[in-house]
Design a protein around this ligand. Sequence first.
Ligand SMILES: *[C@@H]1O[C@H](CO)[C@@H](O)[C@H](O)[C@H]1NC(C)=O
Ligand SMILES: *[C@@H]1O[C@H](CO)[C@@H](O)[C@H](O)[C@H]1NC(C)=O
Ligand SMILES: *[C@@H]1O[C@H](CO)[C@@H](O)[C@H](O)[C@H]1NC(C)=O
Ligand SMILES: *[C@@H]1O[C@H](CO)[C@@H](O)[C@H](O)[C@H]1NC(C)=O
Ligand SMILES: *[C@@H]1O[C@H](CO)[C@@H](O)[C@H](O)[C@H]1NC(C)=O
Ligand SMILES: *[C@@H]1O[C@H](CO)[C@@H](O)[C@H](O)[C@H]1NC(C)=O
Length: 258
Amino acid sequence: MGWLCSHPLSPVSCLILVWVTVVGSMRVLHEPTCFSDYISVSTCEWQLDGPLNCSAELHLSSWLEVPVNRTCIPENSAGATCVCTMPMDDLVKADTYQLVLWAGRQRVWHGLFKPSDHVKPRAPENLTVHTSDHDTKLLTWSNPYPPGSTLYKELTYLVNISNENDPAEFIIYNVTYMEPILRLAASTLKSGVSYKVRVRAWTESYNGTWSDWSPSAQWHNCEYGGLEQLESPHPAFTLWPETPPGSSYPGVRLTACN
Ligand SMILES: *[C@@H]1O[C@H](CO)[C@@H](O)[C@H](O)[C@H]1NC(C)=O
Ligand SMILES: *[C@@H]1O[C@H](CO)[C@@H](O)[C@H](O)[C@H]1NC(C)=O
Ligand SMILES: *[C@@H]1O[C@H](CO)[C@@H](O)[C@H](O)[C@H]1NC(C)=O
Ligand SMILES: *[C@@H]1O[C@H](CO)[C@@H](O)[C@H](O)[C@H]1NC(C)=O
Ligand SMILES: *[C@@H]1O[C@H](CO)[C@@H](O)[C@H](O)[C@H]1NC(C)=O
Ligand SMILES: *[C@@H]1O[C@H](CO)[C@@H](O)[C@H](O)[C@H]1NC(C)=O
């Protein structure tokens, strides 16, 4: 996505080209797509049509203007996909990298990558559900970027609160202010229902995509008597009268919901 094609293909011919390259007996089905977290790493991945040892068969070289080689050895990821993680420092908005994918000595792909046009932020961390009083819940999480870094003040968030027993039932909140906090009236949610919350980040000033979701936090919503937090991966207790079949918190101590 968002790839510019190298000479002599125009971007348009690139879009309509079904990109298939033979690597030995294996075919690389789609050209690599790359994203940058705009602080320390860029990640490229591409799909193959069958199993292949990515590290043994392929490597990706990258350089900026001066052809000084940096080589990334890809790893296999879920399905027939290769992933290359490239450390990047001193990011400059105008920088455009040249990338070449090699199968041994055979050059199978050449493309350009401008990190500032393909930003996928780091996922927010430490999502926690606090009960501030009987009627209000406070969701907090941490900005995944250190103060002073380029994206620290650039993130906006999307909070997804879903019914654990019916994932089709969910509420979305846009958090467009800087503080990683969301105040929630308990009355906006159903009593006696278990909820799961996740948050992801996006940056409007750079052309990019949503981050991955943060790890989720869960709680059982009680209209009265306070809301007890269940935070994965260390759930302390739940308020179920009994563990429902297929409960996602095995071995958890149970207390009653008021
Ligand atoms: C912005 O991102 C979208 C989706 O990732 C991509 O299609 C588009 O080409 C990008 N624009 C630029 C200027 O890179
Ligand atoms: C893939 O190749 C690398 C390097 O040759 C080797 O170390 C690794 O064990 C291989 N992995 C598998 C799953 O065969
Ligand atoms: C990168 O290194 C390889 C092997 O050392 C070499 O064949 C290739 O020409 C180099 N590419 C560039 C752009 O310097
Ligand atoms: C998340 O919490 C852990 C443990 O409390 C802490 O070490 C880490 O720095 C926090 N992460 C962020 C981004 O604040
Ligand atoms: C919110 O989360 C639910 C449950 O995981 C999911 O089904 C739904 O697609 C999500 N909605 C959005 C907009 O992310
Ligand atoms: C959140 O913001 C996006 C654009 O910034 C908008 O498209 C979407 O409708 C908003 N969603 C809610 C629930 O406000």
